[in-house]
Design a protein around this ligand. Structure first.
Ligand code: GLN
Length: 208
């Protein structure tokens, strides 16, 4: 996608705004010229083309989603349109976390919460991610991990987008679902947001 891609003005992306760092996602989308909508109630999802679930605390995001009647609408949305979960959002999107917490169970991944223990529960690293490189920026992605989950298992339809140097999976895609263990919204690098906008544009062009 080039920055002046015509379709970008026609796309509207919702950001689940119950808890966590949704404001940073809204800001990043704004910088790209994409219309962003904060989603707190089912009616906020009425005309969005894609949904981002931010980082934060996945049990809280899940419980609030139940309380506000968002579980069924988000699951329904995920049958037709793209959803991206960052960190806690990736946990919520997964089919399994081995914790007793509300889960969307949309993406065929098993996640391990707080996978990095106390000593290194937050860290930064550079990742080579071929899927998101652009002609303007072919460099590694500066990834910020905050009490992050790992993607422990990925089903046969899941494409692995990024691994740590030791091989552990930290970003993956399954059709219109995108999961990142880290927080692209907390960096100045907008390539993941561009990638998700492109997924959303593609889904608008096809009926799924
Ligand atoms: N540790 C959080 C959880 O398990 C996720 C942390 C984050 O989103 N930065 O929900």
């Amino acid at each position: 996608m080039s920055p002046d891609d015509g379709g970008i003005n026609n796309v509207k992306i919702g950001v689940l705004a119950l808890q966590g760092d949704f404001a940073e996602h809204v800001q990043m989308l704004g910088k790209l010229g994409v219309q962003a909508v904060e989603v707190r109630l089912p009616r906020d999802m009425a005309d969005i083309d894609g949904l981002i679930i931010p980082g934060g605390e996945s049990t809280t995001i899940g419980k609030l989603s139940v309380a506000f009647g968002l579980m069924a609408p988000i699951r329904q949305f995920g049958l037709k349109k793209p959803i991206w979960g960052t960190c806690a959002g990736a946990i919520f999107l997964a089919k399994e976390s081995r914790h007793d917490q509300p889960m969307l169970k949309l993406m065929d991944i098993v996640v391990l919460r707080n996978a990095f223990g106390r000593q290194v529960d937050s860290f930064k690293t550079h990742l080579e991610i071929p899927a998101i490189i652009t002609p303007e920026n072919r460099g590694p992605f500066h990834a910020v991990f905050i009490r992050a989950p790992l993607i422990e298992q990925a089903g046969p339809d899941v494409e692995i987008l990024a691994r740590l140097a030791d091989g552990r999976i930290v970003a993956a895609r399954q059709d219109y679902f995108l999961a990142t263990s880290f927080h692209p919204e907390l960096t100045g690098d907008d390539r993941f947001h561009r990638y998700f906008v492109q997924m959303t544009l593609n889904s608008k062009g096809m009926s799924k």
